[in-house]
Every structure is written in structure tokens, then in C-alpha cells.
Design a protein. Structure first.
Ligand SMILES: Cc1cc2nc3c(=O)[nH]c(=O)nc-3n(C[C@H](O)[C@H](O)[C@H](O)COP(=O)(O)OP(=O)(O)OC[C@H]3O[C@@H](n4cnc5c(N)ncnc54)[C@H](O)[C@@H]3O)c2cc1C
Ligand code: FES
Length: 259
């Protein structure tokens, strides 16, 4: 884990409330694995002590680390107004990462909103490529479609209002594809979507990795603000795990799903 004062190379709106920011972070970039995140100290924010976590979307050989973010509150609003040449302090890379398929499984990526940023480095790394299922409330929440197509992914879309792709939830779009042999599912999106996915896949033999988005404070395992329940061999059957340290990527078989 490294802290690095990182110069903003570019910060631009990509669609609606979504932005891409590129930092020059040559030290952090050296050790990034797909699915990890950076904890960003947003320059100009009143409560500087509270960093904001963002998945690492992409990295380049020349030290650029990119994040895709949605403006949802004060921190992301201030971030969207920072300009080229300004600096933010980055802490990272943090957390667990997606594991590449070990048995040549076909990868199915299931994502919502900025979840598609979390799986992009994995998609770049996958040899056999695969299919990505994008779920959103409406078309304004669909991002990175062309980027995944360029990587050779088959892109399937579900929107709740039916404005693009199949109308409905991404889980119903995914369901018919789950009968295939030798699959591995990677998923990242809003927690209700992730827990719905978890419940749908819990009784199958499919290997599933989920990246869970729990609000964080320290980001480095010290404060226990980000815990969730994982299975354990104790009397109650569960214990807490920190989503910033043991996660954010968990294997579904380890997550304790409450009824
Ligand atoms: C591991 C991880 C990776 C993430 N990756 C990305 C990413 O790649 N791109 C991106 O845009 N965002 C990502 N997030 C969420 C991002 O951290 C929050 O949106 C951001 O911290 C909000 O800061 P803010 O000051 O703008 O909003 P705040 O003022 O802190 O909050 C505004 C609203 O957003 C809600 N909110 C805040 N944090 C979260 C959260 N973690 N999950 C759900 N709702 C939240 C609050 O409840 C509130 O309603 C990630 C979060 C985690 C834990
Ligand atoms: S945010 Fe402090 S332990 Fe995870």
C-alpha cells in the first residue's frame, strides 16, 4: 500500500453524472490487480480526513491510473471540479482482487453503474473474453459499452424502463445463460443487485465472485466501519469481514446471506 500525491492529467465528463479522472500515480500503478480500489483524498473537501474509495478502472504502462466516478454527493462533486495539474493524495492499491478463471471457465460479467469500471482490468486480462451483462435503471446509467465491445466482449443490456435492451432486471437477463457448462461469474454493482445475484446463484455450482460496495472510513482495515457477514465455523455460523481488507471482492460461497 502506497500513498502518492498524484497529479490530475485529465478529468472529464463521460456521460450524465459520470466522469473519468486520470491521475499520474506511477508507484501505485506498479502493483494493481483487477478489482482493487484507491482511497482518494479529495483536494478542497472540508473533511479531508475522510477519503473516498473508487475502483481502479484502468492503468497504463506510463503510470496513469484512471477512475470512473458518479457525482452523488459533496466529495464527488468537488472531485468533478478539480482541473488538470491539480493534485489529490491517493492511497492504494487496496483490497482483494478478482481471480482469473483457473479451469478455462467462460467469464460472465454482471455489472450495474460504476460496477463496470471495477471489472474492466479483469476483462482486459481475460484470454477467452466473454459476455458482459449491464443492468441499469435507464439509459443514462449505461457506461463503457464501447470499451467492452472493443475488448471483444459480447454486451447484453437490461434497463428497468426498457429504454435500451431488455426491459427488467439484469438478473432476469442473465438467468437463461446460467445453464451453460464451465462458467465463472464476476459481479459488481449496487448492493441490492449483488445480494439478488447472490441469492439467485447460491444454490448453483457456479463459481461467483462479487465486489461489494460498503461505505468505508479508513479503507485499510483499522476501523471496522465497513464490515459484512461471512460464513464461519462458530455457533452462529458467521463472523464479520472487512470489505476494505478481506474484500471488496468476495467469493459467493464465503458470504453469509441472511434470509
Ligand atoms: C470498494 C468501493 C469501490 C467504489 N468504486 C466506485 C467507483 O468506481 N466509482 C464511483 O462513482 N463510486 C465508487 N464507489 C462509491 C463511492 O465511494 C461513493 O459514491 C463516494 O464515496 C461518495 O462520496 P460523496 O462525498 O460524493 O458522497 P456522500 O456525500 O458521502 O454520499 C452521497 C450519497 O451517496 C451514498 N453513498 C456514499 N458512499 C456510498 C457507497 N459506498 N455505496 C453506496 N452509496 C454510497 C450516501 O449514502 C449518500 O446517499 C465505491 C465504493 C467502494 C466501497
Ligand atoms: S473502512 Fe476501516 S476497516 Fe474498512
Amino acid at each position: 500500500m502506497i500513498t502518492e500525491n498524484s497529479k490530475i492529467i485529465k478529468n472529464r465528463n463521460i456521460k450524465g453524472e459520470y466522469y473519468q479522472i486520470d491521475f499520474y500515480s506511477p508507484e501505485i500503478v506498479k502493483t494493481v490487480f483487477p478489482g482493487q480500489f484507491v482511497h482518494v483524498q479529495v483536494t478542497g473537501l472540508r473533511d479531508k480526513i475522510f477519503r473516498r474509495p473508487f475502483s481502479i478502472f484502468d492503468v497504463s504502462d506510463d503510470g496513469v491510473l484512471s477512475v470512473i466516478y458518479k457525482v452523488v454527493g459533496e466529495g464527488t462533486d468537488i472531485l468533478s471540479k478539480l482541473r488538470e495539474g491539480e493534485y489529490c493524495n491517493l492511497l492504494g492499491p487496496l483490497g482483494s482482487s478478482y481471480q482469473s478463471p483457473e479451469h478455462n471457465e467462460k467469464a460472465l460479467l454482471v455489472v450495474g453503474g460504476y460496477g463496470s469500471a471495477s471489472t474492466y482490468l479483469l476483462a482486459k486480462k481475460l484470454k477467452g473474453k466473454g459476455t458482459i451483462f449491464l443492468g441499469a435503471k435507464n439509459s443514462s446509467e449505461l457506461i463503457l459499452i464501447d470499451e467492452y465491445k472493443k475488448l471483444g466482449f459480447d454486451v447484453k443490456i437490461a434497463t428497468e424502463d426498457g429504454s435500451v435492451g431488455k426491459q427488467g432486471l439484469v438478473t432476469s437477463l442473465l438467468a437463461p445463460y446460467l445453464n451453460g457448462e464451465n462458467l465463472k461469474v464476476y459481479a459488481c454493482g449496487p448492493n441490492p443487485m449483488m445480494y439478488a445475484m447472490g441469492r439467485m446463484l447460491a444454490d448453483t455450482k457456479i463459481n461467483v465472485e462479487l465486489s461489494l460496495d460498503h461505505p468505508m472510513c479508513c479503507g485499510v482495515g483499522a476501523c471496522f466501519a465497513c464490515v459484512l457477514k461471512v460464513k464461519a465455523g462458530n455457533e452462529q455460523g458467521w463472523e464479520y469481514a472487512r470489505s476494505c481488507k478481506e474484500g471488496p471482492v468476495f467469493n459467493l460461497k464465503d458470504i453469509y446471506l441472511e434470509a
